[in-house]
Design a protein around this ligand. Structure first.
Ligand SMILES: Cc1cc2nc3c(=O)[nH]c(=O)nc-3n(C[C@H](O)[C@H](O)[C@H](O)COP(=O)(O)O)c2cc1C
Length: 195
């Protein structure tokens, strides 16, 4: 009897370990200023697990929306890559990386370009998600495809968030969060990340 329980314990601890390591293979990285993209990241995290990381800058963008827009235009013109505060250790351990960002000036935000330049993600599955003010993802997904050489990029997800320009900040909450949750689940099933 004693041996039965010991064996059971060993089997159970083995299962937990196996489950844990498969969860650890997923990384969810996102950039979010007003928390809409963060809300989508959290929905994804609830479904697939893994490690959730918010990209932070060494020098944060100004509080003021217009100054931020102007700074982003300059950074895009000069190709400046704003340094990130985060350091993601052992990125090679992750096979699947969800990468989320808002649309900025109909483009990929410069900090996401920094992330893609800083880490080698070739042969990894890089799954994109986006929130925007209603004008879509612009060229952002295309730019990721250009910068993420050798990455496997399945169909991404894009939805409307807020728009600071119009004083609309976090909009993915309450009923809208419920609707987005449904859309995210549908998409995750379609790309076979959940069943
Ligand atoms: C600097 C800046 C530029 C933006 N440019 C666009 C744009 O070109 N098109 C658009 O639809 N929304 C634009 N937006 C709105 C954001 O994409 C939208 O509010 C998004 O949901 C914000 O995500 P977040 O809450 O995760 O920061 C811009 C927002 C900022 C701060």
């Amino acid at each position: 009897m004693k041996y039965f329980f010991v064996s059971l314990l060993i089997i159970l601890s083995g299962c937990t370990q196996a489950q844990k390591s498969s969860i650890d293979e997923i990384l969810i990285v996102y950039l979010s200023r007003t928390n809409n993209t963060k809300a989508v990241a959290e929905i994804i995290h609830k479904q697939v697990g893994g490690k959730l990381v918010a990209l932070e800058l060494v020098t944060p963008y100004p509080e003021n929306y217009r100054s931020t827009v102007a700074q982003v235009v300059r950074e895009n013109e000069t190709g400046y890559l704003p340094p990130l505060k985060n350091r993601i250790d052992n990125i090679e351990n992750y096979k699947t990386i969800f990468l989320g960002f808002p649309t900025w000036g109909m483009k990929l935000p410069p900090p996401v370009k920094t992330f893609l330049t800083q880490y080698k993600l070739n042969n990894k599955k890089v799954i994109l998600f986006n929130t925007n003010g209603g004008y879509g993802k612009g060229s952002s997904f295309e730019t990721v495809k250009e910068l993420c050489v050798g990455c496997i990029i399945p169909e991404g997800f894009s939805t409307t968030g807020g728009f600071e320009n119009e004083g609309r900040l976090l909009e993915i909450r309450n009923e809208k969060a419920i609707a987005v949750n449904k859309d995210v689940i549908k998409w995750l099933r379609k790309i076979k990340m959940i069943f």
